[in-house]
Design a protein around this ligand. Structure first.
Ligand code: FAD
Length: 408
């Protein structure tokens, strides 16, 4: 187990500087354009693929870094560049992780390359779990997957919503109910291969922020996929369902709490995205406060402004520390006895919202225009307290973990 460290090693610093260069030279200059266009920035994803940032190998390398700092460092730098474009670059990772976590070696080898494509023909993937009536309450999901034994096929019906890359993805990973009695333990994940009949894009959402990231409904009407598209395979699913039924009889809470551990491990990455956006806005505000003069002196000479910057920087550093701690715990298998993963996401996302609002204030009228990036950063930051579990859900998880109550 690696000791917890607050310092990046030389290799990590090199990767950080390389990512920062890409974020500063390629992502940031393109941010305003793709925010206005509200379209997936394919040319930027292609650039990222060319240099090796848009690939599973890159994320796997960061993920398996035993200090736990690889992923948060990468997320912070890319999202420092721009949140919408960075989400377009890392969004495929959500679906890829779904396959890595539950898929067989064959499924991983077959589908992950098709999720990313290659630098000459980049593809994206989507992870579809949320539904119109199942957002925070994942267990109330309605999309059904029914096994057609005669054909060894699964038939999926339902409507997914809020799917990042939904409908434009080459490969969709869809979570569906296979046993309604078991709540979230009766869910299974399916690969929907490219061009499968019955899968279509519903409404594409016009969003407040992260507008360069495509978000849409995904409609599944009698979508038939081969048995081999069930992640993990049928035998494993049957065993898992049998175990879940047995445990449910003995008292279901243990079952539900086990599922929460996965979220604890993935939430710090979202916290790191929020740290990236917050840091970007803080830097713009600091520069502005040092150069903008009113009443014959730079506005930073007023304590009212300087103290805001002091608070902004303090919160950002505190958020990063929580994120790094939780990431280190996740990779080293430390139990999240106080829901430290949720804590990091909660604090970092609330910090991003607050800090970007303070940055708008420090820039005055300019902060309120699209001439300056803090306006966009402020809109972008609002997503962090919503997706991957809202702030209220994080507080609920933390409070219930502390009190020993069941999570749901
Ligand atoms: C831009 C974007 C991208 C997304 N990408 C994906 C994706 O790729 N794949 C995917 O599956 N999903 C995705 N999501 C969905 C996201 O995870 C959900 O929006 C989120 O989980 C909240 O669900 P909801 O929107 O239905 O809100 P609701 O669950 O309806 O919540 C509404 C409000 O009620 C509060 N609330 C709900 N329950 C409680 C409670 N028990 N106690 C206190 N307060 C409560 C919430 O905190 C919130 O403030 C995305 C969403 C957005 C906006």
């Amino acid at each position: 187990m690696a000791e917890f460290t607050m310092e990046l090693n030389d290799e990590q610093k090199e990767v950080r500087d390389w990512l920062h260069g890409f974020a500063a030279d390629v992502i940031r200059p393109a941010a305003a354009e793709w925010d206005e266009r509200e379209e997936t920035p394919w040319p930027v994803i292609q650039e990222a693929a060319k240099v090796g940032i848009y690939s599973l190998d890159f994320y796997a390398q960061q993920y398996f870094d035993s200090t736990g700092l690889g992923i948060p460092m990468a997320m912070e730098e890319l999202f420092w560049g721009d949140a919408g474009i960075a989400l377009s670059i890392v969004g495929t990772g959500l679906a890829a992780v779904g396959v890595l976590a539950n898929g067989t070696e064959e499924q991983i080898g077959t589908w992950i390359p098709q999720m990313y494509g290659d630098a000459n023909d980049v593809k994206v993937a989507a992870f579809c779990s949320s539904e119109p009536d199942a957002g925070s309450d994942v267990a109330s999901m309605r999309t059904r997957a029914v096994y057609d034994e005669a054909k060894d096929e699964w038939v999926l019906n339902g409507t997914k919503t809020w799917a990042t890359n939904g409908g434009i993805a080459n490969v969709h990973v869809v979570v569906a109910v296979v046993d309604a009695e078991l709540g979230s333990k009766g869910h299974a994940s399916f690969i929907i291969p490219p061009n499968t009949p019955g899968l279509s894009q519903g409404q594409k959402f016009k969003k407040h922020g992260i507008r360069a990231s495509h978000t849409a409904e995904v409609v599944l009407e009698n979508v038939r996929v081969p048995g081999s598209c069930l992640l993990g395979g049928k035998e494993k699913l049957d065993e898992r369902l049998a175990r879940a039924r047995e445990r449910a009889k003995q008292g279901g809470e243990r079952v539900k709490n086990a599922a929460m551990a996965t979220f604890e491990a993935s939430r710090p990455a979202v916290g790191a995205m929020a740290v990236g956006t917050a840091r970007a806005a803080y830097e713009v505000a600091l520069d502005y406060a040092k150069t903008r003069e009113q009443f014959g002196r730079p506005i930073i000479d007023n304590q009212g402004v300087a103290f805001q910057l002091a608070d902004m920087r303090t919160s950002i550093d505190a958020a990063r520390l929580l994120v790094w701690r939780a990431s280190w715990m996740a990779i080293n298998g430390k139990p999240f006895t106080a829901a430290e993963g949720s804590m990091s996401k909660l604090f970092a996302s609330e910090t991003a919202k607050k800090v970007t609002a303070q940055a708008v204030q420090i820039l005055g009228g300019n902060g309120y225009t699209r001439e300056y990036p803090v306006e966009r950063m402020h809109r972008d930051a609002a997503i962090y307290t919503i997706f991957e579990g809202t702030s209220e859900i994080q507080r609920l998880v933390i409070a219930r973990t502390l009190s020993g109550m069941p999570i749901r």
